[in-house]
Ligand binder design. Structure first.
Ligand code: SF4
Length: 285
């Protein structure tokens, strides 16, 4: 079946104010709230999609104009807007239009995306987007094509180009039996771009007809250990592991940002430096 898309400009399935940590974005204005909106549809078809009802099925929507969206952000005092939940790339024109109203107000635009976009439109987006969380679901081209109906090379290109222009973070949903063997390759790949790219290893839970078991906690911890050998900032999401979402200074291990249940508290940063060793922190504050 082809990925489902519909005429979707501004027709939104969901509108919420979230902690920015929920995107997840941990190194971009931690502790702030973000207005989050979603289109109905996606250009991929992951069989385990937790947002299946809005990514792959027609869902009731309500039209919100770009101007209204920015007015909502102002009314609720959020300094940023996230295009998220399903795939915002299908809202390309809408996002470009929203920027015309958001930029004069100093409101940042953020995308949570699968990265499946051609270079030319990506470059247009990078002129107006301030931060992205990009899913890197596997390092296996065949898996991307056959199972996810995506394209690994395109997503990698998006990560590489975006990392040069804006703040990015990467999420890997760790699925036992699917991609658990990828974590070292994936970490080496990201570190070859920039060791400071935050990596979120996310716990998988079965959904719909996808019957793999939930990611074991030990597997998440092992993956975290492997990835931390290559990257400065590795987090575990969707799992009850103490401290797995905290940010520590890569130089002296001082606790910089403490996170509990999507709430962030800056505890070890002074004037953009680690309060213990003085290293510059890799966080947009
Ligand atoms: S790319 Fe994201 S929204 Fe689209 S099908 Fe996959 S998990 Fe769902």
């Amino acid at each position: 079946m082809e990925p489902f898309m519909r005429k979707t400009m501004g027709n939104t399935t969901s509108l919420a104010i979230d902690p920015i940590e929920k995107k997840p974005l941990f190194h971009f204005h931690p502790g702030t709230e973000i207005l989050s909106v979603s289109p109905n549809g996606c250009n991929m078809r992951c069989p385990f999609c937790q947002n299946y009802t809005i990514s792959a099925r027609k869902t009731p929507t309500r039209y919100i104009s770009p101007e209204q969206l920015v007015e909502l952000a102002k009314r609720y005092n959020t300094s940023s807007i996230a295009f998220t939940y399903s795939e915002p790339i299908i809202w390309f024109e809408y996002i470009m239009d929203t920027a015309k109203y958001a930029k004069p107000e100093g409101i940042d635009l953020v995308m949570v995306t699968n990265g499946l976009i051609n270079e030319e439109p990506l470059k247009d987006l990078l002129e107006i987007i301030s931060a992205m969380n990009i899913d890197l679901k596997s390092m296996d081209e065949k898996y991307y094509r056959k199972v996810l109906k995506g394209d690994l090379a395109t997503t990698k290109k998006t990560i590489e180009i975006s990392s040069e222009k804006i703040h990015i973070e990467v999420t890997n949903l760790l699925i036992p039996g699917d991609n658990d063997h990828d974590i070292e390759n994936l970490s080496i790949y990201l570190s070859s771009i920039d060791k400071n790219i935050p990596l979120h290893i996310s716990r998988y839970f079965p959904y719909l007809g996808y019957k793999r078991p939930p990611t074991p906690i030990e597997m998440l911890k092992d993956a975290h250990k492997i990835a931390s050998g290559y990257l400065h900032y590795v987090y575990i999401g969707n799992a009850p592991i103490d401290g797995a979402e905290n940010t520590y200074c890569p130089e002296c291990s001082n606790l910089l940002v403490q996170r509990t249940a999507y709430r962030a508290r800056i505890v070890g940063i002074e004037n953009h430096h680690c309060s213990n060793c003085g290293r510059v922190v890799d966080i947009v504050l």
